[in-house]
Design a protein around this ligand. Structure first.
Ligand SMILES: [Zn+2]
Ligand SMILES: [Zn+2]
Length: 140
């Protein structure tokens, strides 16, 4: 799903007191097309060729504004914060060898957000499948 959230992003950045700069738009674009669930530092690494002056702080505050308007999701995985442009309900498969993370469709069944589980109100459901990816010799 490709989101066109420029107008909402402008609002979000304004609300956060940030200016809509070419750098911030580049962060949005880079994340939109990325299925690797990059960290802020990985995005910074990638964008530095085009924007040598870009600071990591710019990446962080842009991602933060995006997250707040629901333009991306934050994932805590392997001790780092990753960003996911896919905000549809889905699960993740993580390779134990190379650490790659890919999206997998949510399989039906199991608790859903909004249901009650053992006296606990479920708000988010995150499922992580761990295994070996195709390029590391797992199932293709
Ligand atoms: Zn792998
Ligand atoms: Zn994902």
């Amino acid at each position: 799903m490709v989101l066109s959230y420029s107008a909402r992003l402008i609002d979000a950045l304004r609300a956060a007191g940030l200016k809509l700069t070419p750098q911030r738009l580049a962060v949005v674009e880079a994340l939109q097309g990325d299925q690797s669930h990059p960290t802020a530092l990985e995005l910074h690494e990638r964008l530095r060729a085009r924007f040598p002056m870009m600071s990591v702080g710019t990446i962080y505050n842009t991602l933060d504004a995006l997250t707040r308007i629901g333009g991306c999701r934050e994932l805590q995985m392997g001790g780092s914060t990753r960003f996911d442009p896919n905000v549809d309900r889905h699960d993740h498969a993580v390779c134990e060898r190379c650490g790659s993370i890919r999206d997998v469709a949510r399989s039906p069944g199991g608790p859903e957000p909004g249901c009650e589980l053992a006296g606990f109100q479920v708000e988010h459901v995150e499922r992580i499948y761990r295994g070996i990816c195709a390029s590391c010799g797992g199932a293709s």
